[in-house]
Design a protein around this ligand. Structure first.
Ligand SMILES: *Cc1c(COP(=O)(O)O)cnc(C)c1O
Length: 418
């Protein structure tokens, strides 16, 4: 038994045994365990670690979608617009605000995609700070956020000022303060970094930006539904997020935007579709914008794509965002422990912080072989995602993921490397 790989395998197998007992203990004590059973089964999948990228569907959703087609659409036909759909973007926005954002009604709307809402709101914000010509954004932000900021800057003759924070700690109020000036119109940052999972200090960054006279736009794609927040209390101006990650809306479900009450009727998005008009059915010769949150709409909302998230929001409300966050921390802490015992000895790097208070719902680990490892794992029904150049992201959606499932995924990564 001189084969070092074999020895390593045996050593980590003992540790995996301890971790299995630990996972069982944590799952038995999980107050949200009942929710695990609410999600549709995916035969052949033993560990789904991508619920932060595309949430799993609930068992109840297929029947609800079928009933919608038969009744709301099929039987009520166009009458359903009057009966229930016209207000859906606002109603659903209010529900997201209540369950996940810490925001009072009338400031959140469901529409478009995150990319389109980012465009509309960055344009609105720039126009709302005349005489200022800079957009501050993080160099490591999600591509669509960066591309849209750069595109708008080129379009309106503004400048993008890039922040390059520590990739694992993420952006801090000091990083932001260092680049703010009287030219800063807008700062665009992710609440949770899509790669490292770093959680920004939303209250202190927001205050720093506003004290400099600029507007703050938070991208909540990787935090909505997993990290509690208080948009109203923390003074956030603008926020945008997607609903197909932790909010379970399904592929391509529309995004949401929050616009603080004081900015409504003042900041105006540039796509003046009829749904943003003061009187949608006036059909008049000229555009007059509505003064409330509906000004962020442009055209007819995708009603069918707004069904699944309603069920997930009910589950999140039932669990409570504070309990969801507690389970999220338990899952990511456990994943870091399993990493330490099973993967660190194999040369895998931890690309996320060890501090739960500064981390969202996922962690990322790195190894030169991970592109090929990910392909192999997908074939085996273990589904994390790969992030260029060599990261595997372990997304641990609290309502649908157990500690045991987390461990199965990490053991599979170890086995693929051995
Ligand atoms: C997922 C994600 C998006 C997605 O934008 P879409 O328009 O829905 O494709 C944007 N920004 C961040 C930070 C994301 O994580």
């Amino acid at each position: 038994m001189n084969d070092p790989l074999e020895e390593q395998r045996e050593a980590t197998q003992v540790l995996a045994g301890d971790l299995t007992a630990e996972a069982a203990r944590l799952d038995a004590a999980d107050p949200l365990a009942a929710h695990l059973d609410a999600f549709a089964e995916a035969p052949g999948v033993s560990a789904y670690l991508d619920g932060n990228s595309l949430g799993r569907p609930l068992k109840e959703t297929p029947d609800k979608v079928a009933a919608f087609i038969r009744h709301d659409w099929g039987t009520r036909l166009i009458r359903s617009w009057d009966e229930q759909w016209m207000d859906l973007p606002v109603r659903l926005g209010d529900r997201i605000a209540e369950v996940a954002l810490g925001a009072a009604p009338g400031q959140t709307i469901v529409a478009d995609s995150t990319s389109v809402l980012l465009y509309k709101l960055m344009r609105a914000a720039l126009a709302g700070r005349p005489g200022r010509s800079e957009i501050v954004i993080e160099a490591g932000n999600f591509p669509t956020d960066r591309f849209i900021a750069a595109g708008i800057a080129a379009e309106v003759g503004a400048t993008v000022r890039w922040i390059e924070p520590d990739p694992i700690i993420g952006v801090t109020a000091e990083d932001v303060a260092a680049v703010l000036s009287e030219q800063t119109a807008l700062v665009v940052l992710s609440h949770v970094d899509y790669r490292s999972g770093a959680l920004a200090d939303m209250p202190s960054v927001t205050k720093t930006v506003k004290d400099a006279g600029a507007l703050m736009l938070w991208d909540l794609c990787h935090s909505a539904g997993v990290v509690p927040m208080q948009l109203d209390e923390w003074g956030v101006d603008i926020a945008v997020g997607c609903t197909y990650k932790y909010l379970g809306g399904g592929p391509g479900s529309p995004a949401f935007a929050y616009l603080r009450a004081e900015h409504q009727g003042v900041l105006r998005q540039p796509i003046h579709g009829w749904w943003s008009a003061a009187d949608i059915f006036a059909m008049g010769p000229e555009y007059a914008p509505v003064g409330d949150i509906r000004q962020l709409l442009s055209g007819t909302p995708p009603v069918m794509s707004m069904l699944a998230m309603q069920d997930m929001l009910d589950h999140l409300a039932d669990a409570g965002i504070t309990a969801v966050r507690a389970k999220s921390i338990s899952l990511t802490d456990f994943a870091v422990r399993a990493y330490d015992e099973l993967l660190a000895p194999l040369g895998v790097r931890l690309l996320s912080t060890r501090s739960a208070a500064h981390r969202g719902g996922h962690i990322t680990i790195g190894h030169p072989d991970f592109q090929q490892v990910t392909q192999q794992l997908w074939g085996e029904g273990v589904i994390p995602d790969f992030r260029f150049p060599d990261g595997i992201r372990l997304g641990l959606s609290p309502l649908s993921t157990s500690h045991a499932e987390t461990l199965r995924g990490i053991v599979a990564v170890r086995d693929a490397l051995l």
